[in-house]
Design a protein around this ligand. Structure first.
Ligand code: GDP
Length: 469
């Protein structure tokens, strides 16, 4: 993606005349974030709200009435799965709405706009066409970039050091230490080690940690069970392991993973992105505690590093001149908090982003931080409590369908407080109540006059694509 519009050569688009099908500009919007960050809900709601633009006042082109029409079209990439928009929308808009299945792999959807110029120009010129190709992919896969500059020994050392002392890693660390690395490879033993490591990564994710490589161990796509995913980090034992030994084979598979899994993903998908939104379950990390927030910051540094590769780096060579122009870090599920807390959530997101930018030595693309909810599942309510007033949110619980008002607690004014280890008597940010706040989706109705079905989704869209509409 350079600044100049991408140009499509060829006749494309159903119903488009031959002449106008040439030179139609395309924006490729990447949507990523770790599992359960909210990618599927974000894309579904974004597309629904763009198709039916009554509820996007913060999107200038929509507010100014310059979007003549928006419609879905066949995507340009024939071998990439299509984002299953209709099924996800049906889940969210049915009589008994439920959350759709989240992102497991890469998928794509093309939304096309017919746009009118404003003012006099619009009276003389016919509408122009712009295609928005939305590319959904797991954030776990992006974190794999950090493997590319690593050797197996270097990666193993770093991972094992980070796992040290974490209760979730106890069983795997014991198995890794006990492994006979010099012995001839036994596929059953290799598989058991890889399974133990995968279990360790899953429980780390469940405990709120973000930095879990290799990403395909958690989201294998169609590679589950293949040798390229059957390895694990092992401690350095010194000396060269013989050919055919467990250690040599683990080394070999690590290199195969880089060459045959990570490289194609960056070459085929990542390298063509113009705009990127990174969705972050920041509330979940805050709830999990300071180590999880620190881990999130580290993961964000890694992600930003991917968007600003040095010319001499591996990725720089792969990307050539292409460049991502805008990156939005959006804290999702802001509807868990009363709007009086939203400014603080945005500030925390911005502070984490600033730190990640400094550490990744990042410059270039425009960046922004926001707090959003792609699909609002709550309404606000102020409840009197012990003579005071508590700003709550009310929603229907997914577990038992009960409707209730919750006070999830307060966020700190100073984002640094989130990184401080909890001491005796220190506040527990987003404590007990947050734990049970698993809301069912409210029906996604796009009828006017019912209050916006999202929080700042229009602002997010304005930052990501507004300049091109
Ligand atoms: P993905 O794994 O990144 O695709 O995440 P999903 O889009 O599947 O979202 C994961 C879960 O987060 C959903 O099942 C919902 O429970 C929750 N979620 C996502 N977006 C929202 C939102 O805007 N509001 C609320 N309250 N919950 C959300």
């Amino acid at each position: 993606g350079n600044i100049a519009d991408r140009v499509i050569h060829g006749v494309e688009g159903i119903g488009a005349g031959f002449s106008e099908a040439f030179f139609e500009p395309v924006i490729r919007l990447g949507v990523t974030g770790l599992s359960r960050a909210g990618k599927t809900v974000f894309i579904t709601s974004l597309v629904a709200n763009l198709l039916d633009r009554g509820r996007m006042p913060g999107l200038r082109a929509a507010a100014e009435g310059r979007i003549v029409s928006a419609f879905l079209q066949p995507q340009p990439d024939d071998t990439v799965p299509r984002f299953d928009y209709e099924a996800h929308l049906a889940a969210l808009t049915g009589p008994e709405p439920f959350w759709p299945e989240g992102t497991r792999s890469v998928s794509e959807l093309r939304l096309s706009f017919r746009l009118r110029e404003s003012g006099l120009l619009g009276m003389f010129r016919g509408p122009r066409t712009l295609h928005l190709d939305i590319v959904d992919y797991p954030g776990e896969w992006l974190l794999d970039l950090s493997l590319m500059d690593e050797t197996y020994a270097g990666w193993s050392g770093a991972v094992l050091e980070r796992l040290e002392g974490r209760s979730e890693a106890k069983a795997f660390l014991a198995a890794a230490r006990a492994a006979d690395q010099q012995a001839e490879l036994d596929e059953v033993a290799a598989k058991a080690l890889a399974a133990e490591y995968t279990a360790c990564l899953s429980s780390m994710r469940a405990a709120g940690y973000s930095d879990c490589t290799p990403g395909r161990f958690l989201l294998p796509g169609d590679l589950a069970g293949s040798p390229v995913l059957t390895f694990a980090p092992l401690p350095e034992t010194g000396g060269r392991a013989p050919r055919g030994s467990l250690r040599r084979e683990m080394e070999r598979r690590f290199e195969a993973y880089k060459a045959q899994v990570v490289t194609p993903f960056f070459r085929d998908h990542f390298s063509r992105i113009d705009r990127q939104v990174v969705l972050v379950d920041l509330l979940g990390a805050i709830h999990a505690g300071p180590p999880a927030v620190e881990d999130l910051r580290r993961a964000m540094t890694g992600i930003l590093g991917a968007f600003r590769p040095g010319r001499t780096s591996w990725l720089g060579g792969l990307l050539g001149m292409s460049r991502v122009e805008r990156i939005l870090f959006a804290a999702t599920k802001a509807d868990h908090l009363h709007h009086t807390e939203h400014a603080k959530l945005t500030q925390i997101m911005a502070a984490l982003m600033r730190e990640a930018k400094d550490r990744a030595d990042f410059a270039g693309a425009d960046t922004a931080a926001m707090a959003i909810a792609a699909l609002r599942a709550t309404v606000e309510e102020t409840v009197s409590h012990k003579g005071g007033a508590l700003d709550c949110v009310r929603g229907r619980l997914r577990a038992d369908g009960r409707e209730a008002a919750f006070y999830p607690g307060e966020l700190p004014d100073n984002p640094a407080a989130l990184l401080a280890p909890a001491r005796e008597g220190a506040p527990d940010w987003l404590g007990a109540d947050y734990e049970v706040m698993e809301f069912a989706p409210t029906p996604l109705t796009l009828r006017p006059g019912e209050g916006p079905p999202h929080i700042r989704l229009d602002r997010a869209a304005e930052f990501l694509i507004g300049d091109r509409l």
